[in-house]
Write a protein that binds this ligand. Structure first.
Ligand SMILES: [Zn+2]
Length: 358
């Protein structure tokens, strides 16, 4: 059995949006209540699992009449989540959980038996059928559905239990090294390049402009919120364009490789680039690599990650000589020892390929 999740954009009506927002609110209420309980020690001495918190919450929720109309699973999953957060904190894997704020990662999860998917629509408990922009990609039992909001859009992440784990033969495909960067998204050892999408630059200018406008508004005034929403939408659009480009590139790369060599992102190095690099780099390139890894895993393609000291750019891919210094302006790698010349990014990608070959 394998679990797969498909995140689909929803097209909810006004009433449905309001319902979603309400359930996110209920999930947040339950989460914050349980966290407060835990903090005051109510459940702390008896805390063994999320069930303790949930039992406590089930007692307190009886004092609120509006709770009855809500999807009870929203609270259950929120508390389950908190339990996981506390367990991570106990195991020193994470910081102590924080209270949730409205408008920050609004989401709720449900799994009632009444969840159904038919073509481009989904049925959720207590709210009924909601239009989806796409049909569900996987066949199987639906385990749970998480409804979430990004900017003005609502999404359903549908987790499905599938049996079909197809085995793909990659053995005839080549070993590929990939260099990721800011100017060029990805450069492969065979010379193929994937550019960062062009519309980004336009939206980034727009974003800067909108942010300047926001700074001139009175903080938290009506106009300030209006402008803030505009900015959220631009962020969302940028993220969409970037994600599409990443999906296209990673799918294509993974389909044509048996083993992939990649570098470990050194965020500090990227920060040495221009200011813009920060916004573009850490999250975006990290997202690209994580998509690549997930897809590779699904297809049985092996991914070899260089450790963070691996000098993929400074090393000559022909003779192995390592330069002491390589300026960012040097677009061509020129080896002083063997006179080898290669595009800087391709040279780095070939080094990563060498590493993957072993
Ligand atoms: Zn050389």
């Amino acid at each position: 059995m394998a679990y797969k999740t498909h995140k689909i954009t929803l097209a909810p009506t006004f009433r449905q949006r309001r319902w979603f927002a309400q359930q996110c609110g209920y999930a947040r209420f339950a989460y914050n209540r349980a966290l407060a309980d835990f903090k005051t020690g109510l459940a702390q001495d008896t805390f063994q699992s999320w069930q303790t918190l949930n039992n406590n919450f089930n007692k307190t929720k009886k004092n609120y009449t509006w709770v009855k109309a809500q999807d009870q699973r929203a609270a259950l999953y929120a508390i389950k989540n908190l339990g996981q957060g506390i367990a991570n904190w106990v195991a020193k894997r994470a910081k102590f959980p924080k209270f949730k704020k409205r408008g920050v990662r609004d989401a709720y999860t449900t799994d009632e038996q009444s969840v159904r998917v038919e073509g481009k629509r989904i049925k959720l408990p207590k709210v009924g059928w909601i239009k989806m922009r796409q049909a569900l990609r996987f066949v199987g039992n639906i385990i749970k559905v998480t409804i979430s909001r990004t900017a003005h859009r609502w999404f359903a992440s549908i987790s499905v239990e599938t049996e079909d784990t197809e085995v793909i033969d990659n053995s005839t495909h080549p070993v590929i090294g990939i260099d990721v960067g800011i100017n060029t998204l990805a450069t492969l050892s065979d010379g193929t390049k994937y550019d960062n999408p062009r519309p980004l630059r336009r939206y980034e200018r727009k974003l800067k402009h909108a942010q300047r406008k926001l700074s001139r508004k009175v903080l938290k005034s009506k106009n300030w919120f209006k402008q803030k929403r505009k900015i959220d939408r631009i962020h969302y659009r940028i993220a969409c364009i970037r994600r599409n480009a990443h999906h296209k590139a990673t799918t294509e790369i993974v389909k044509n490789a048996s083993t992939i060599g990649i570098e470990t992102l050194k965020v500090t190095n990227l920060l040495k680039h221009k200011k813009l690099a920060k916004a573009l780099s850490d999250s975006a390139l990290g997202g690209f690599l994580s998509k690549l890894k997930t897809k590779a895993e699904a297809r049985g393609v092996c991914v070899i990650e260089a450790d963070q000291f691996f000098a993929s750019s400074k090393t000559c891919s022909s003779c192995g000589h390592k330069k002491k210094e390589l300026l960012l302006s040097e677009r061509m790698y020129q080896c002083g020892v063997c006179q080898y010349q290669k595009d800087r990014d391709v040279n780095a990608a070939i080094n990563l390929r060498h590493l993957a070959v072993g």
